[in-house]
Design a binder for this molecule. Sequence first.
Ligand code: 5CA
Ligand code: ZN
Length: 409
Amino acid sequence: MAVPEIPALSVPGPPVAVRDTASGDLVTTDPEGTARLYVCGITPYDATHLGHAATYVGFDLLNRAWRNAGHDVTYVQNVTDVDDPLLERAAKVDVDWVELAERETELFRQDMTALRVIPPQHYIGAVEAIPIIIELIQRLDSLGVLYRVDDDLYYSVTADPAFGEVSGWDRDEMLRIFPERGGDPDREGKKDPLDCVVWLGKRPGEPSWDSPFGPGRPGWHIECTAIAMTYLGAAFDVQGGGSDLVFPHHEMGAGHAQVAVPGAKFAQAYAHAGMVAYDGEKMSKSRGNLVFVSALRHSDVDPMAIRLALLRHHYRANWEWTDDQLWTAVDTLARWRQALSLGAGAPARPVVEEILAALADDLDAPRATAAVDRWVAATLGTDGLADTSDPDAAVTMLAALDAALGLAV
Ligand code: 5CA
Ligand code: ZN
């Protein structure tokens, strides 16, 4: 993925806090030099929709806030390039699953580039990660926390004393949601209905890889754990993803890691983006109520307008996309550009400070963009006399919009 140029700001950003799902607290991240971020990547069986885009733009704000606070950032993301939904879609449309995954992953990268999302340094597919996944399974196996059901290998959730602490859910809620998100509570032979698969024995007609546990393919949760542990270490700063990943995905992932390396807390904070809906329901590939980033781009919509429309919502909020939000963002960008073309404008430094403070406070993009609106109104004189007292205002604002909000205006 192309890395966008990120201007250095003369105003330093404050330390960055995010809301931690596990504790419910606003946690000030405390990276030792390099901040380490893992965000769960796509399952590439369809194009990037605005829900995905909102989640990745949300965590891009964290990446940028850390950089503006003076940290280097190591950002890791997976691609779930072998999994049930991908194989099912490939079979349904009669395309080779590898080809489908490669095509959709490439489209995702182009969408992210257009939206100026800073790419991860390590972008790792499940398939290429199979050797490190097998290693982690072997480690768990040597600790006696795995067992076999037919050809499949399961992980005992009770092995981690902290099981349940990521989501904070009780067992009833876990049992209710588990089957909706890939779990199989009713499988005969399981010790606990919530136990999850780490290695799936070979199924007829499905791809498989050799392993010490027999031919098969990795389970979903262990995929992300192995990739995060390999590229970030057993403990890192923030694990991110949409709120649909809180349970079981992030709960199980943390369990695997904390059992493999006792005493380490997997992520210091778990941050979750809200769900974007469309036509009254969560935008999802399985429901098909989608607005694709690539479709908007191909109809000549300015990607910066898409990004601005997403930034008008707090990353943790659940919200519904409507097309008028895009047209509003197009108009707003035009006004911003008009103000920025003047060169001089209302004093910019306090606005930059406000933008950085808002983003350091749980990535509050709506507050940051509202500060820009006020600067634009003061500069254009919409609410009275035009203020052009800062001769360098546009240059200062352009750098901050780009560095902090990822908006190349
Ligand atoms: N491959 C797994 C994660 S390891 C996966 O969930 N893939 S995905 O393609 O289904 O979703 C990719 C990311 O977008 C995840 O972080 C997911 O939580 C997020 N996401 C999916 N649907 C929405 C939505 N409607 N609104 C916001 N975020 C969403
Ligand atoms: Zn994941």
